[in-house]
Design a protein around this ligand. Structure first.
Ligand SMILES: [Fe+2]
Length: 222
């Protein structure tokens, strides 16, 4: 009889949620219309764009960081959907801690801390960065334009571990330096906020790319 005891501890899991909002085709035009009128009201965009020393982005329009506070029912519903998806990812990632809670304690509240939209102009780019003061961040693709190839405006994530020997199969899981997700209208990607990410230059072609991004926290209700 084999009496060996075996535990494989999978520490610090790195979850990336990948969702699709089936209501997107219904809400897309209204969202774009709202963003158009938003830009008319605030043509200069958020303070980061006006900061000459900030070189983290190029050739894009970016709203203020309180998009979730706008009085627009479609946006409110969308942020509700985003919060629900974030809770899904958070529950799976924190399952070990959740299993220690009583049934009464398993009640959560999700808060949108910041949210904004970005419109990529010709050559628009966001350099690698991470987000602070929250646990989860996300991108939601509102309009992607015609060219959705990997090299055109895609979101990339940078491996958070040091490089390692790639000669043996044992470190195969660390092989990728970056992971690229292609843009798709209605797609929602959710990742831990500490993870470095950015977006490839977007070649505008006919339509500009428009995304919503947000930072969220998840807490126990009591
Ligand atoms: Fe970001």
């Amino acid at each position: 009889m084999n009496s060996d005891k075996k535990n494989i501890h999978n520490l610090w899991p790195l979850s990336i949620g990948d969702f699709y909002n089936y209501e997107h085709p219904i809400i897309k035009d209204d969202l774009l219309e709202f963003f158009k009128s938003y830009e008319k009201k605030l043509p200069e965009g958020n303070s980061q764009l006006r900061d000459e020393d900030h070189v983290g982005n190029y050739n894009l329009y970016q709203s203020n960081y309180d998009l979730h506070n706008e009085s627009n029912d479609i946006l409110k519903k969308l942020f509700h959907y985003i919060a629900k998806c974030v809770l899904d990812v958070s529950k799976i990632t924190n399952s070990k801690s959740i299993n220690k809670l009583s049934e009464d304690q398993k009640k959560f509240k999700v808060n949108v801390k910041e949210s904004w939209f970005i419109r990529y102009k010709e050559g628009g780019i966001v350099y690698p960065h991470h987000h602070d003061g929250c646990s989860w961040s996300c991108v939601y693709y509102v309009q992607v334009g015609q060219n959705t190839s990997k090299k055109n405006g895609s979101t990339y994530f940078i491996r958070p571990y040091n490089s390692t020997s790639k000669n043996d199969f044992g470190s195969k899981y660390l092989e990728e330096d970056t992971h690229i997700f292609t843009a798709k209208e209605g797609r929602l990607l959710i990742w831990p906020s500490f993870l470095y990410h950015g977006s490839q230059p977007y070649a505008g072609e006919e339509k500009e790319r428009v995304i919503i991004s947000a930072n969220l926290t998840v807490d126990l209700r009591d």
